[in-house]
Write a protein that binds this ligand. Structure first.
Ligand code: SAM
Length: 285
């Protein structure tokens, strides 16, 4: 059977394409269009409004890096909030820490969760298997606004880009409410876009400045995500107390004995060492 083409513009004149064997599912929810495909190289993958979200081949990179950096800085994290993350991969990684007591996941679109449970068990299987995971289907901005102060040790913002439903998750109002909902030694990790293509770098800089005006300690770390625009992607690290390098506790993290395919203690140090053009882009506002 001839293969069909999934293609997405990274920027107007740069497109990324995958030949797929099967278009498993398509539907439009109240929030976005959801498509699931199956391909030889990337396995099952899904897109939201045509943008690559998660695939079986490189999901381990994103989910390792959004989760383990914070636990290697504060190994005592017990109460975790995940904003977005409907595919379940971030909740899966957090659930590997047996001392974690509570994992609240606030996903705006229930259909992303239910379809991921059907087509992407590699990331979604834990969502209804771990009693510590509480699913809330609502807007993350509204959720943190209504949340009591000092409720969480860690907030992981596993969101889409700052367009459509994800826009509110890149606002000063959102970051302020995250700071309020975090304990005094709380850590915020957020999807921080990319420095390479101008349109993504613009959002990267805007988020950086807003977080900088909200948290006393803030840094950005990088990872290689092959199926995201340019493959060079970032997470933000923000905290009221902990510095990601000065408070790095590799021995304590190693003692968890977690096998990880991407994250390790050396990479923890390296991922905060940003290229010159990225440092300059972030600092020269
Ligand atoms: N790794 C992906 C990325 O970097 O683009 C994100 C994966 S995850 C599937 C993103 C999730 O954020 C989606 O399921 C989407 O529905 C959810 N989302 C978007 N806006 C949201 C909001 N305001 N509140 C809660 N969840 C939201």
């Amino acid at each position: 059977m001839s293969k069909k083409v999934y293609t997405v513009p990274w920027v107007d004149d740069v497109h990324f394409s995958i030949l797929y064997d099967e278009h498993l599912h398509q539907e439009t929810s109240p929030f976005q269009t959801i498509d699931f495909y199956k391909s030889e190289t990337f396995g099952t993958f899904f897109t939201l409004d045509g943008l690559m979200m998660v695939n079986e081949k490189d999901e381990f990179i994103y989910h390792d890096m959004i989760t383990h950096v914070a636990f290697a800085v504060n190994p005592k994290i017990e109460n975790v909030l995940i904003i977005g993350g409907g595919d379940g991969g971030t909740a899966r990684e957090v659930s590997r820490y047996s001392h974690v007591k509570q994992i609240d996941m606030v996903e705006i679109d229930e259909r992303v969760v239910r379809l991921s449970q059907k087509y992407l068990p590699i990331t979604a299987e834990k969502l209804d298997q771990d009693a510590r995971i509480n699913l809330y289907f609502e807007d993350g901005l509204a959720y943190v606004k209504n949340k009591a102060a000092k409720s969480y040790d860690l907030i992981l913002v596993d969101s889409t880009d700052p367009i459509g439903p994800g826009e509110g998750l890149f606002t000063k109002d959102f970051y302020d409410n995250c700071a309020r909902a975090l304990t005094d030694d709380g850590i915020l990790i957020n999807q921080h876009e990319s420095p390479y293509f101008e349109s993504y770098a613009h959002e990267m800089k805007r988020a950086y400045q807003k977080i900088k005006s909200t948290f006393p300690i803030q840094a950005v770390y990088q990872f290689h995500q092959p199926t995201y625009p340019s493959g060079h992607w970032l997470f933000g690290f923000a905290s009221k107390k902990y510095h990601p390098l000065q408070d790095h506790k590799p021995e304590a993290w190693e003692a968890f004995n977690l096998k990880t395919k991407y994250y390790n203690s050396d990479l923890h140090k390296g991922c905060f060492m940003l290229p010159t053009y990225v440092k300059e882009a972030l600092e020269n506002e």
